[in-house]
Design a protein around this ligand. Structure first.
Ligand code: ATP
Length: 200
């Protein structure tokens, strides 16, 4: 499996954010997208996820599931956690599994993997920032998708949480997944850098 972007141009609000951007990522590889604030890191993830339309260029996934579109093979984790505060931790995860569709894996195991098994009945409104982020990460495990698009994924995670997430990312890569992560902080796993715009 290989994800390639070629000659990408992104325009937002009538302003060109980047142009002529090329990237490629192979199965088992993590790409850290870096660049100054406003350079277009989030925009690139949203282009790959199909949430924005490129003003030019193409994005293609070779060797994926021919029956599915690229967005259907991506997990997009934005920097906001996209949780419903009135629903419990377990209900939020169930909502996302229903919304994303496809085969779902054991929610209790996913919550245990991110250290939230003790909190499954707690309303999401009561979670700390790091716990909200951990619940978002559980989505990645409950529904398997090969391409993980992660926007500042380690935000709010404590050191143990960053170690835990590093292990989850390594497992995903070992299973043949790929990761594109926009980040200002070290990702905590071996990765290749894709710089957008000038030096941060
Ligand atoms: N909805 C929008 N309408 C118009 N312009 C937008 C919109 N969203 C983002 N932009 C602009 O697009 C540019 C790129 O934003 P983006 O969020 O992709 O940058 P980034 O590299 O992720 O930044 P940061 O490091 O601050 O998170 C910015 O100049 C931003 O103001």
């Amino acid at each position: 499996m290989r994800l390639c972007g070629s000659g990408l141009t992104c325009v937002r609000g009538g302003r060109e954010v980047f142009t002529g951007l090329d990237f490629d990522a192979a199965a088992g590889e993590a790409i850290a997208v870096v660049g100054r604030n406003g350079s277009g890191k989030t925009s690139l993830l949203r282009l790959i996820a199909g949430l924005l339309i490129p003003a030019g260029g193409t994005i293609a996934l070779a060797g994926g599931d021919a029956e599915l579109t690229l967005p259907e093979q991506c997990h997009y984790l934005g920097h906001r956690d996209a949780l419903k505060p009135a629903l419990s931790v377990a209900e939020n995860l169930s909502f996302w599994a229903d919304f994303l569709g496809g085969e779902r894996f054991d929610a209790a195991e996913s919550l245990a993997a991110v250290g939230l098994d003790h909190a499954s009945d707690l309303p999401a409104a009561f979670l700390s920032a790091g716990q909200r982020r951990r619940l978002s990460l559980a989505r990645l495990l409950t529904v398997h998708r090969p391409v993980w698009l992660l926007d500042e994924p380690t935000t709010a995670l404590d050191v143990a949480g960053q170690d835990m997430f590093g292990g989850l990312m390594r497992d995903h890569l070992a299973r043949g997944g790929l990761i594109i992560a926009a980040t200002h902080a070290p990702l905590g796993i071996e990765s290749r850098e894709l710089r957008i715009g000038g030096t941060a």
